[in-house]
Design a protein around this ligand. Structure first.
Ligand SMILES: Cc1ncc(COP(=O)(O)O)c(C=O)c1O
Length: 368
């Protein structure tokens, strides 16, 4: 029997108005649509590790025999391995289904509707998305339009008694620049919770992790999705102050990190030499790519401390360039919004991928 009901009226009106998420097409679908084999697609749009994950992680996935058992809610072995790897006590480490989940848990713990969060734009979109989801007022503070450095004075002015969290992405996605220690310390001095997102810190060779020993209002988040090449398994972790982590344990879902994710991430930490070698390759390739992009007429690459390069496009339309590259099997990320006008972000790939990218980019730019 059909019962007359108005479901829309029963839902949260603010959520009905949210923009829809535009999903990235799966590789197999892209390959089918473009008639290009999967192995020939050059995917430089999501800052993944082009070398995949550590063979030790693949081995752990293949030999694990407990996929029929629910995962360990405490991620004990992984946290032990992280303690050794990072030097931080496992009691301060919480693992999430990607660092995205940890961002969400923090917002859930701190935000009462009407509180505000500080979003240093342009930056990673998840902070504002989650803020809106939990009915926080998202206070966007513009970075310097040329360098994308955080505007400390404007940030301090935006903070008030209902400010709960300041999100600092360093190196910043999508602009690739780092936030200075001086700025981070000034933000910490406000007493608000500062969440430093270090998803890309390996490529910068720096970290603010040690500041967690000094400040009780600092959380540092990291991920296995980028350097460790495990984006598809969804594993991230954070270093938290004791006063925060004890409540996160209560509000997280028990089985938030899969058996596969825990096994692969734990195995990947046992081989720091593999990770270091890949950092070296990616950083060297980044510098090479930067020089090559600089030679292109009408493209202005910005120096990057990450595994991607942000470029302003001064001649031609960035969207058209991106779409033409796509028809050739080369994928990059395009932007056209305030502070990111007519621009794109290119992830650093293998030398072979750089060669294919550059050949196609030169041809496409010659035609605009
Ligand atoms: C700055 C930043 N933080 C966090 C994430 C999400 O990481 P995870 O895959 O661990 O959820 C990303 C992913 O692109 C990112 O760019």
């Amino acid at each position: 029997m059909r019962v007359a009901t108005d479901l829309d009226k029963m839902m949260r009106p603010d959520l009905l108005e949210l923009d829809e998420y535009t999903p990235i097409e799966p590789l197999e679908k892209l390959s089918e649509r473009l008639g290009i084999p999967v192995e020939r697609i050059v995917k430089l749009d999501a800052n993944e590790n082009p070398y995949g994950c550590d063979p030790a992680a693949l081995q752990a996935l293949a030999t694990n025999r407990v996929y029929h058992i629910y995962p360990d809610p405490t991620c004990l072995f992984l946290r032990e391995a992280l303690e050794k790897f990072t030097g931080f006590d496992r009691e301060r480490i919480l693992v999430g289904s990607g660092s995205d989940e940890l961002l969400e848990l923090l917002i859930r713990l701190f935000i009462t509707p009407g509180d505000n969060i500080i979003d240093l734009v342009p930056t990673f979109g998840m902070y504002s998305f989650l803020g809106k989801l939990y009915q926080a007022e998202v206070r966007s503070v513009a970075r310097d339009p040329q360098t994308y450095a955080v505007d400390l004075d404007a940030t301090l002015q935006a903070i008030d008694e209902r400010t709960k969290i300041i999100f600092v992405c360093t190196p910043n996605n999508p602009t690739g620049n780092q936030c200075s220690e001086e700025t981070i310390r000034a933000l910490l001095a406000t007493g608000k919770l500062v969440v430093v997102d270090e998803a890309y810190h390996d490529f910068a060779g720096t970290s603010y992790g040690s500041l967690t020993n000094e400040y009780e209002n600092l959380v540092v988040l990291r991920t296995f999705s980028k350097l460790s090449g495990l984006a598809g398994l969804r594993v991230g972790y954070g270093i938290f102050p004791p006063a925060i982590i004890k409540h996160l344990w209560k509000i997280k879902q028990p089985y938030n990190v899969t058996v596969a994710g825990q096994a692969a991430a734990t195995a990947s930490l046992k081989d720091p030499a593999w990770l270091q070698e890949k950092v070296g390759l990616i950083v060297a390739e980044r510098e090479k790519l930067f020089n090559l992009l600089q030679e292109l007429d009408g493209i202005e690459p910005l120096p990057s401390s990450s595994n991607f390069i942000f470029c302003r496009v001064h001649r031609g339309n960035a969207r058209l360039i991106k779409e033409t590259l796509e028809t050739r099997g080369v994928f990059i990320r395009y932007f056209n919004k305030p502070l990111l006008q007519n621009s794109f972000r290119i992830s650093v790939g293998t030398p072979e991928q750089t060669a294919i990218l550059m050949e196609n980019l030169r041809e496409v730019l010659a035609a605009v």
